[in-house]
Design a protein around this ligand. Structure first.
Ligand SMILES: Cc1ncc(C[n+]2csc(CCOP(=O)(O)OP(=O)(O)O)c2C)c(N)n1
Ligand SMILES: [Mg+2]
Length: 787
């Protein structure tokens, strides 16, 4: 059916508005960066930076997306260096203030890279570390479907699309491919990755024909690849005599040459084209029809800068198959350094900016005016902006989500001897057996270590998540196995391949399910402790976005013993302490762990809360026979308690964290003969203790002279100058700071080298964390004390 005249007119009007907005975004992004670098006063003389060329590259695409194609439920990861374009869009839509643009990159202003937590204008997905935002959109698509299929969230019809606007160099990051493979296994849908194919990264022009490889990668995992290469001007030229030769020349041109000629301009294009294809039929006449300026426009009219081509491609998507768009662009398009290989961090100088401002028709003083320099019906444009589909949800599209009710306690059936990993599995298993709201909202995940980290019981109860039902063939064939791996859309465990980056990106997506999709989930992930390091940047990224999850690192340390060697974690507790947004606990006993997990599920839901890292062990140790009480519970959660209180004024205490409880206890018993009043301090969270200590210091510094901290109160019971011998199966620095809290002498023991298997006795001896080593250290401390 043909379109009516009024439809055609409305469409033409829309295109006019979009082109005006595209121009405005190019201006505002460049101006925001210019203002921060050249106009705003600098207090420290440091360069502010910003990426005018990276912004120019995606101005057309982002205009088409945000002002036309996106719907309120779509979620977007914007490539980090296009942050000013995103903020300018939100400014035009009324969701971002002029002040924040003026304060771009200064404290409280618009952030250098889009940030969920620090920006005020509703960033969906933070970016910054290239590749991770891209990967997150894939896992977010999985989580969107999880909450939809399980009917945990208001139904979305049509479903929101997860979209990454990505730089082409992001494809160098391995995590992108790890995610792609996982997405294929899980049959992800409604996911678009839009590659700003400017063929430039930070240092260089990327190799030719890369797009063929990209196409191959994506098609191999079932994606539809759409290549947007030629703009409408080019398409028209190709249809004329000599056009075929021109098109052939463009296709054969090395990227570097294309970039260089773009930078040099029309005369250089003409000279080169005449030299290469001038003798081909029709070419001389074809080129003769363009002035130098027009020839520059023609040759840089790649589809990524052609509004009509971009819109056509996006509106043409008619399936939920994941789409990869390879969009040809020119880095710095429309700016004086377009195509120059050094343009990544390049900034227009004052003179260039003045010329640019002039060309944009913006009078001095009108730089921030939303409609300045646009030769357009302002009322009409305002109306158009008011009706932009993406903005119809209002200034914040964060979805409402309720808190999950928690039980008063988590049951733990502790055996006489038990490991923390086993206890962890039992808590979840018991939860999985029941019918609580908490159990309904927990979703577990693991990178191929589900069974070996004791999630097997939970999985047997709750099943594995899969879009389609799949029976457990081993089970139906009556092959005896402890594991029932039936899959269905109601399963509550998401099984991942080994790649740890994917674990953390999935935890990030699951942990943002509330604000992104309107259904709060309580994600629990397990990983072998040393391999946290493998996904560390993604873990950091998850925390940076304030995603909420519980991570169990297990087994940990050299207590893995014969299985050890390369699987031993040493510095992991320091990671736990040093990572903002993540609280480390390293309990020794099952009853401690149960309390910590319950607290953790609350902490994960608290507005000022965060994520948890439980460092666990496979080594079974003797459990204390005791009843939990309010005081003990409080101390466990604050991070420490006296397992054996010191006599008032005691000159020495032992402190341990985690699995070395027994070694510390044995050493303490032996020590009592010589130092009857010695104390034994159980530390469940060095992290909580440390941050509480610093917070109390800060409060005292700001006038609250009575401010106290938990560890300070505990250690006050020792005499000033007492020795503190600390020990853990991890780096000794984790506890060495304890001596500084109240003026005691620290004697830290721990593991500072690693790498060989052995039994517990041999390894604890070698690394000097057994009870004999603790005693030796205590003896040294006593000697030092009398010297
Ligand atoms: C993990 C990571 N490594 C390095 C950087 C530094 N860096 C920022 S941008 C960039 C190149 C980006 O090129 P591309 O993705 O093609 O973006 P565009 O050309 O659109 O600016 C690099 C290496 C980073 N942000 N993150
Ligand atoms: Mg690039």
């Amino acid at each position: 059916m043909g379109r009516t005249k009024s439809q055609i007119r409305a469409e033409a009007e829309k295109l006019t508005y979009l082109k005006a907005l595209e121009r405005k975004l190019l201006w505002l992004s460049a101006w925001t960066i210019h203002n921060a670098n050249h106009i705003r006063e600098s207090r420290d003389g440091l360069k502010v930076g910003g990426h005018q060329a990276s912004c120019a590259s995606v101005a057309t695409l982002m205009t088409a997306l945000y002002f036309d194609v996106l719907r309120p439920r779509d979620r977007v990861a914007v490539k980090p260096h296009a942050s000013p374009v995103f903020h300018a869009i939100q400014y035009l839509l009324g969701n971002q203030s002029r002040e924040k643009l003026q304060q771009f990159r200064s404290l409280g202003g618009a952030q250098s890279y889009p940030s969920r937590t620090k920006d005020a204008d509703d960033v969906d997905i933070s970016t910054g570390s290239v590749g991770l935002g891209v990967g997150l959109t894939l896992f977010a698509a999985m989580v969107r479907d999880y909450v939809q299929l399980q009917r945990l969230a208001p139904e979305q019809e049509p479903p929101g699309r997860m979209i990454a606007i990505m730089g082409d160099a992001e494809l160098d990051e391995g995590n992108v491919y790890e995610a792609l493979l996982e997405g294929w296994k899980h049959d992800v849908r409604n996911l678009w990755w839009m590659i700003d194919y400017n063929r430039q990264s930070l240092d260089r022009v990327v190799s030719d024909k890369l797009f063929q490889k990209i196409r191959g990668f994506f098609e191999a995992v079932g994606w539809k690849v759409v290549i947007l290469k030629y703009g409408k001007l080019q398409q028209a030229a190709f249809a004329r005599a000599g056009g075929d030769a021109l098109r052939q020349w463009i296709d054969d041109s090395p990227n570097e040459l294309y970039c260089a000629l773009t930078f040099k301009g029309g005369a250089a294009w003409r000279e080169r084209l005449m030299r290469d294809i001038g003798s081909r039929p029709g070419v001389r006449k074809l080129l003769g029809g363009f002035s130098d300026a027009e020839l520059q426009d023609l040759m840089t009219n790649l589809a990524g800068h052609d509004m009509e081509s971009v819109r056509e491609a996006l509106h043409a998507v008619d399936s939920d198959v994941p789409h990869c768009f390879i969009i040809y662009t020119i880095k710095g398009y429309g700016l004086p350094f377009a195509g120059h290989k050094d343009n990544h961090a390049g900034l227009m100088n004052i003179e260039q900016m003045a010329d640019f401002q002039n060309a944009m028709g913006i009078a001095e003083g009108d730089e921030w005016e939303p409609f300045a320099g646009l030769d357009i019906d302002e009322q009409g444009l305002r109306r158009f902006l008011d009706e932009v589909p993406f903005n119809q949800a209002g200034p914040s599209r964060q979805m409402a989500h309720d808190k999950v009710a928690l039980p008063a306690a988590l049951a733990i059936r502790a055996s006489e001897k038990m490991s923390t990993q086993e206890a962890f599995g039992r808590v979840l298993n018991d939860l999985g057996r029941g019918d609580s709201e908490l159990a309904r909202r927990i979703v577990t995940t693991s990178p191929d270590v589900t069974v070996s980290t004791n999630l097997g019981g939970w999985v047997n109860q709750r099943g594995i998540f899969n879009r389609a039902d799949r029976e457990d063939i081993f089970h139906s064939e009556k092959v005896v196995s402890m594991q029932k791996w039936a899959m269905s859309r109601n399963g509550q465990h998401i099984e991942l391949g080994i790649a740890e980056n994917n674990l953390f990106l999935l935890l990030a997506a699951l942990g943002l399910s509330g604000p992104l999709f309107g259904a709060r989930l309580l994600p629990v992930g397990t990983v072998y402790d040393p391999f946290i390091a493998r996904g560390l940047d993604a873990l950091n990224y998850a925390c940076y976005q304030d995603a909420r999850f519980m991570l169990a690192g297990t087994p940990s340390g050299i207590s893995l013993a014969p299985e050890g060697g390369a699987h031993q974690s040493v510095s992991a507790p320091l990671i736990g302490m040093g990572q903002p947004g993540l609280t480390l606990f390293e309990p020794a006993y099952a009853d401690e762990l149960a309390e910590i997990m319950l607290w953790g599920f609350a902490h994960m839901q608290d507005d000022n809360g965060g994520s948890l890292y439980l460092r666990l062990s496979t080594r079974a140790i003797e459990q204390p026979r005791r009843e939990m009480n309010e005081a003990l519970r409080g101390d466990i959660l604050k991070g420490a308690y006296w397992k054996i209180a010191p006599a008032p004024g005691a000159p020495l205490a032992l402190a341990y964290s985690g699995v070395l409880a027994g070694e510390a206890e044995a050493a303490h018993a032996a020590l009592l003969e010589d130092i009857p009043g010695a104390g034994l301090l159980a530390i469940t969270s060095p992290d909580r203790l440390h941050s509480d200590w610093l917070a109390a210091r800060r409060r005292r510094g700001t006038g609250d002279l009575g401010a106290q901290c938990h560890i300070g109160n505990l250690l006050l019971q020792l005499t000033p100058g007492a020795a503190l011998v600390s020990v853990l199966d991890g780096h000794p620095a984790t506890l060495s700071w304890l001596g500084a809290v109240a003026g005691h002498r620290p004697y830290p023991l721990g593991v500072s080298s690693f790498g060989e298997s052995g039994d517990i006795n041999a390894l604890y001896r070698k690394h000097e964390i057994d009870s004999a080593a603790i005693l030796d250290m205590a003896a040294l401390a006593c000697l030092d004390g009398v010297r």
